[in-house]
Design a protein around this ligand. Structure first.
Ligand code: SF4
Ligand code: SF4
Length: 372
């Protein structure tokens, strides 16, 4: 940790097998992630190289599957994680650090004490509030660790749906009382700013973009009412889905294994939650921007949404409570975060399609649906 000159920074990267050219390429990608033109890439490079101090980061793991860590360390291009870890000073991450046991735990609390007020705290996993011992590390519960770390942090980045909203642990009946970090710390009267990056797992590009925004512009990105960065979570999957044209034209996959599936029609009727899911998956994709769920023919299950396990259960059934021509829906109540406007939007599109006589289903088919 500590101040490095620009050339020292590049030398450190080169020792990790990352060339200056790779670094400049990374800065170009960073400019794109931040919504800036490529002309900003040299300025970003200069800003990173001249940073006076590597910001101290602790990465806490609570009730989770470590999928978000996997997602991050296998990030897009192999060099991205190395560059990010050169920019930041990762002081504690129990899953990837060499130290273990008491030594690791001491390192955590020494860092918290030393860097109080300067720390960036990344959290993966939910907090257990009803059965605190469900997650105990070094003799401390997740509630105790989170309380102390949150008070010492400048900002908290909750990564993944477990840390943002409890995740699978919070699914009904939620025996451990799992909650997301923001809900927990607010209940303790702690006001440290929280940035929520939901996803199961989190998309590594969303972590990188958020960290860079914070470091380079020295402020939090604009957040929505759920503390999610608006630039990353401001639109639904449905808004930007490449299959949207099929939806608008009423061309649907009704059953898997049919020619409609081969033709890449809209997956709404086989359960796609894209209309109710706020996510940038259609733009950033996954696995080196190779592909994503809907691109691979799988309906979106809405993993970026709070409480998606409960709210979106029966994953292969169409979204409920959307009375639409040609679509049979259940009477289940739609989840709280499924905005009425979204459901209205879905209805409006299908109704418009029906009005134009473009729905793939005939009147006979509709009758069958009602009789089901
Ligand atoms: S319902 Fe799903 S597959 Fe169809 S257009 Fe919307 S997001 Fe894409
Ligand atoms: S497409 Fe849907 S299910 Fe797939 S990662 Fe994105 S939000 Fe999750």
């Amino acid at each position: 940790m500590g101040k490095k000159t620009g050339s020292e920074f590049i030398k450190s990267l080169e020792l990790k097998g990352v060339s200056r050219r790779d670094f400049l390429k990374f800065c170009g990608t960073a400019a794109t992630m931040l919504g800036l033109s490529q002309l900003y890439a040299p300025k970003i490079a200069n800003a990173i190289e001249s940073m006076s101090k590597r910001p101290p980061v602790i990465w806490l793991d609570f009730m989770e599957c470590l999928g978000c860590t996997e997602s991050f360390i296998n990030a897009t291009h192999p060099e991205v994680d190395k560059i990010i870890l050169e920019i930041l000073s990762l002081e504690y991450h129990e899953a990837v650090m060499a130290a273990a046991g008491d030594k690791a735990h001491k390192n955590l609390w020494d860092t918290v004490e030393r860097e109080e007020g300067e720390l960036i705290c990344v959290v993966e996993g939910a907090i257990a509030t009803k059965i605190p011992s469900a997650i105990t590390i070094g003799g401390m519960t997740s509630m105790q660790i989170m309380t102390r770390a949150a008070k010492a942090s400048k900002a908290i980045i909750s990564v993944g749906t477990c840390a943002t909203h409890g995740g699978t642990q919070a699914a009904s009946p939620n025996p451990t009382g799992a909650v997301g970090v923001e809900e927990f710390i607010r209940s303790q009267g702690i006001n440290t700013p929280v940035i929520n990056l939901p996803g199961c797992p989190v998309n590594p590009e969303n972590i990188i973009s958020t960290i860079l925004h914070y470091l380079l512009l020295e402020k939090l990105p604009p957040l929505d009412s759920m503390s999610r960065p608006k630039n990353l979570y401001g639109a639904t999957i449905h808004d930007n889905c490449p299959r949207r044209g099929h939806f608008d034209e009423g061309r649907f996959v009704e059953t898997f294994g049919t020619k409609e599936e081969v033709l890449g029609y809209c997956l709404y009727k086989v359960g796609c939650r894209g209309p109710s899911t706020y996510s940038n998956c259609p733009e950033v994709l996954w696995n080196n921007r190779q592909n994503w769920c809907i691109g691979a023919g799988a309906p979106c299950i809405g993993c970026f949404e709070p409480h998606f396990w409960d709210k979106f259960k029966d994953f292969y059934k169409p979204l409920p409570d959307v009375e639409l021509p040609g679509v049979k829906t259940s009477a289940d109540k739609i989840g709280i975060a499924i905005a009425a406007a979204t459901a209205g939007g879905v209805a409006a599109h299908l109704i418009a399609s029906a009005a134009k006589g473009r729905l793939g289903k005939s009147g006979e088919d509709k009758k069958e649906d009602k009789e089901e």
